[in-house]
Design a protein around this ligand. Sequence first.
Ligand code: NDP
Length: 455
Amino acid sequence: MSKFDYDLITIGAGSGGVRASRMAARTGAKVAVVEESRVGGTCVMRGCVPKKLLVYASSFAHSFGDARGFGWDVAEPSFDWGELIANKNAELNRLEGIYGRILRENNVDLLDGRGVVTGPNSVEVGGKSYTAKRILIATGGWPHLPDVPGIEHAITSNEALDLDELPKRIVIVGGGYIAVEFAGLFNALGADVTIIIRAGNILRGFDEDIREALAAEMEKQGITIHRECVVRSIEPEGDGYSVRLHGTEIIDCDKVFYATGRTPNTKGLGLEEVGVTLTDKGAVVVDEYFQTSVPSIFALGDVISRIELTPVAINEGMAFVATQFEGRPTPMDYENVPAAVFSQPPVGTVGLTEVEARERGDVDIYMSRFRPMKHTLSGRESHAMMKLIVDRASQRVVGCHMVGDDAPEIVQGFAVALKCGATKAQFDATVGIHPTAAEEFVTMREKLPDHDEDQ
Ligand code: NDP
């Protein structure tokens, strides 16, 4: 009989922690997962899922407008924020129940409370000590708020998903995934949205043409983007707030929303005390098999700050289980991880940006900008942009990017092609599906003229 209470104790019942726990339990291991909040973690409770439901809600605003061009006489629609939030919360409760059931059905014990690592093989939960052969840290991250006078008045994505009412004017600080997604949905629902970014454009790290195309679409829809701009202070003013910018400008609004990145949840977990090395930003340092500097302690998901995406955490969880419980050492493959931004219109992307690809060698660029067929009748001034980046020597497609309706759905499929190392000739040999936007990816024949980037 094992000298430990468990073969594995996981701290954090989010996407990565739940997947690793239940897959480990399926191998016959005795597993417990510790959770101080709701089972499901950021993605299900405070991120991807509720955000996408709100994005769906906001998409109707566009649809009602578009319908007129197709002959529909749509009476002035009305929208009830309270009903949306109540329905969204009911769905989250349902999902929480499903996650709990999955754990139970896989014989994973759920330990309710905050877990603290007290030794290489011990975890304390609610004053009770448990031992485990292996400990997995899957505690995710939490919104990071910079040190700005009045920052205590700001909300984050946690609160934005549960506001009592829809703000009329909202200032969003940051230009990453969360900022542009919430800007799009609040704008579509009727709020006056201002984004404040310290950089020259939104979505740092994405392909430059994608950044420009999305920013242009957002501005066309009425979202104001203040570039190269820093917030000096936030002060309460009447029922709302005054946001002072670094010049003399002041923006009055009902809510100030900070979406300035996320910090790994490692504070107070006891990790450094037992010898687990953290980065200067607090992320757990792990090797390719998710092992920390303490051999019996592992970590994965947002807490290791590699790629902060749910499907990445899930795949890391499966690689961890294969390595530790199935005798198959499996590193995670971080090449060609596709991603989407549920902005309006959305972004889908996989592979290298043009800048990254040019750093590796010569490239051929194919690009298409067009007005989607739907908008010829809807009358909406919305454009799509698609771009392929091809390594000139091998002719492999190394980057595939799109801004436009359905981009996330479209790019998921093309991610398989990139994973298989598909060449431009193989894209060209694929027959398109007509009439779709996706067919552009297999019908682009004219490469952009070569240009010297320094010119
Ligand atoms: P991001 O890292 O994507 O963006 C952070 C933004 O905040 C950047 O624009 C950054 O500016 C800005 N910023 C950072 N610090 C400051 C500061 N001190 N003052 C002003 N601006 C600042 O973080 P998010 O919070 O948007 O999202 C966190 C992560 O969650 C994402 O990276 C992503 O991995 C994940 N996520 C994924 C989603 C999806 O898959 N659809 C949806 C939502 C989140 P700069 O550009 O200058 O660095």
